[in-house]
Each structure stands twice: as C-alpha cells, then as structure tokens.
Design a protein around this ligand. Structure first.
Ligand code: PHE
Length: 324
C-alpha cells in the first residue's frame, strides 16, 4: 500500500461518498483539491482519488514545497441532485478529523466559495475568498511559464474551464494562433479570435503545442499516434493513461511536459500567500519559477536520454532522499 491513509465515508448529512486520500506526508502536510464530480460508482471516485493524490505528492515535491499529496473526491451519482452545503460540511468534518495531516483547496467542481463552506468545519482549507481566493489565475501563470520554455506560435487548448480559458485568453493576448475546444458547445463563442475545433478532432490539430486543460486520461497510445504537435504541456492532472505512454510520446519525438510540473501554480501561490505571508506579486514570481524547473527537467532528460517524466521523477525522488 502506497498511500498513508484513506478515509471513505458516506457523508452523514449528504449521504454521498466522501473520499479523502492522503498519499504522503513525508515532506509535510498533504495538500490537494476537493473534486466534486459524477462517477459511475464510488469505487471509480476512489480510483481517481488514489491517482490524483499520488500526483499531488509529486507536484509538491517537484515544486519545492514542504508538503505531501492528498485529494478529496466526492463521488456524485450521475444525474442525481445533491445538497451542496451538506456535502461540503461532510468534507470539512473528515478533513478536521485528520488533524492537519491534509488540507484541501479548490479543484474540478469546486471554487473559493465552496472553500468558505468547508471552512465552517475545518481550518485546513486554502483559497477561501477572504484568504488567497481563486487559484486558477496562478495555475494559468504557471502554465504560461511552461509554454514559454517550449516556444512555438500555434497552440491548441483542450478544455475551457477556469484555467483553460485563462490560458487561451493569455495566448491570444500574446498574439499567438490558438485553436480551442470544449465538450460544452456553448463555449465555442468564448474566443472569437480563436479557431474552434470539435473535441473529437483536436488531437489531429497541426500545432506547435497541445495544451490539455480538461480531465485526465487524454494521452492514450491511440491518441499519441494521432498527434501532429511537437510538444504537449497543460494543467490537466493525470494526462497519461499509463506511465508507459510517456515512452510512446518520447519515441515520436514529442516533448511531454509532465502535468504535475506544469500545474503547480495554484498550490504554490496559495501556500506562499497563506502560509508564508507572501504578497501576491512575490507569490506570482515564485509561480513563474515553474518555467525554470521545467527547463532543468527537460535539459536533464535530454542529457540522460530519458523522458521528461523520468527526469521529473528523479527530481522528486531527490527531495525525499535529501540528495537534491
Ligand atoms: N487543484 C489544486 C491542484 O491540483 C489543489 C490546490 C490548490 C490545493 C490550491 C491547495 C491550494 O494543485
């Protein structure tokens, strides 16, 4: 068993499965957002929590934070309503019981207002509106820093959620050519200056960099075979269906910037502001360092003839063994 602690509880108020996975506290208290999402079964939600919390351990380690990884998943049944406040209070109670071993933040399906509701039950919560607030702009800042390292002029952004839409807007503002897609057709009018591509066709887009900003699991062997970009870098968590897919990308000469390196901006910003008293400007400067981190990972991968994933894993490992 790799995870330190997993709590699964049918929320006493909400009746919904509340899943909190604490992957590691070796470097410090675990951090990771609270995901509110529909799943076929709660076991699928558990599988997501296990993977996402492990990725948070790697994310915090590579970003140089003295924190481990965790994640909360509320596995909502498909098509059924739910009492949001009840769910969030159930989440807050579980986190409070963990006594500070894990703190949460916003994630897919939650935002700063939800963090305030969780905050009624526990103080182990980041990004409340009266604290550091929305972490999406900081995540987008980190993505932009990563994209500058990769260079290029043509981008395809997959998913126009909080972070994806922000990144698309910034790329357009910087004068780049941008294609966008989202499973929600209504978003096709969000960026008149960008080209719209149907979700099923975006993998074939001939661009410099593909920017996954939707849900995970996008990069399968079949998807990799279709790609016509030279790099993939975006904030979506767990982009690879399996670690071995990083080798397929490498074999095709496509540079894959590990998602846990690219997406650390939110957690870096929130901890800098809320735990270390950083000003927004200072915290943003720290987020920009994601560019340097990615550059050194890509350089090491090239020098050692290995994939960026392995180079990032080596960097993370060096933090646990103290050899970095
Ligand atoms: N969703 C964020 C992530 O995956 C989680 C988070 C953000 C946690 C901000 C704490 C503070 O990195």
């Amino acid at each position: 068993m790799e995870h330190e602690r997993i709590v699964i509880r049918r929320g006493p108020r909400s009746g919904r499965p509340i899943i909190v996975a604490v992957h590691s506290t070796a470097l410090g208290p675990a951090l990771g957002g609270c995901r509110l999402k529909e799943y076929d079964t709660w076991e699928h939600g558990l599988a997501d929590a296990l993977r996402l919390s492990a990725a948070m351990t790697a994310k915090c380690a590579v970003a140089g934070l003295d924190h481990g990884g965790g994640k909360t998943v509320v596995a909502l049944p498909r098509g059924a309503g739910f009492n949001r406040t009840a769910v969030l209070h159930d989440v807050g109670d579980v986190i409070e019981e963990l006594g500070g071993a894990y703190a949460t933040g916003p994630d897919v399906g939650t935002g700063p207002d939800d963090m305030a509701v969780i905050g009624a039950r526990t103080r182990h919560v980041f990004c409340r509106p009266d604290a550091s607030g929305d972490s999406s702009p900081a995540t987008a800042t980190g993505v932009m820093a990563a994209l500058r390292v990769l260079g290029g002029d043509r981008f395809a952004v997959i998913g126009l959620g909080h972070v994806g839409a922000d990144v698309a807007g910034r790329l357009l503002a910087a004068g780049h050519r941008v294609l966008v897609t989202d499973v929600d057709e209504r978003k096709r009018h969000l960026f008149p200056a960008a080209g719209w591509v149907a979700p099923g066709e975006i993998l074939d887009a001939e661009v410099d960099v593909l920017v996954p900003a939707a849900l995970g699991g996008l990069l399968t062997p079949a998807a990799v075979a279709r790609l016509r970009c030279r790099a993939v870098a975006g904030p979506a968590n767990n982009q690879l269906d399996a670690p071995s897919t990083a080798d397929l990308l490498h074999a095709r000469g496509i540079v894959w910037a590990p998602d846990h390196v690219v997406s650390a901006g939110g957690v870096v910003y929130a901890t800098e502001v809320e735990l270390h008293g950083a000003t927004p400007d200072a915290a943003t400067a720290r987020v920009e360092k994601i560019g340097e981190t990615l550059r050194s990972i890509l350089n090491r991968a090239a020098a050692e003839g290995t994939t960026p994933l392995r180079a990032a894993e080596n960097l993370a490992r060096s933090r646990f063994t103290g050899s970095g």
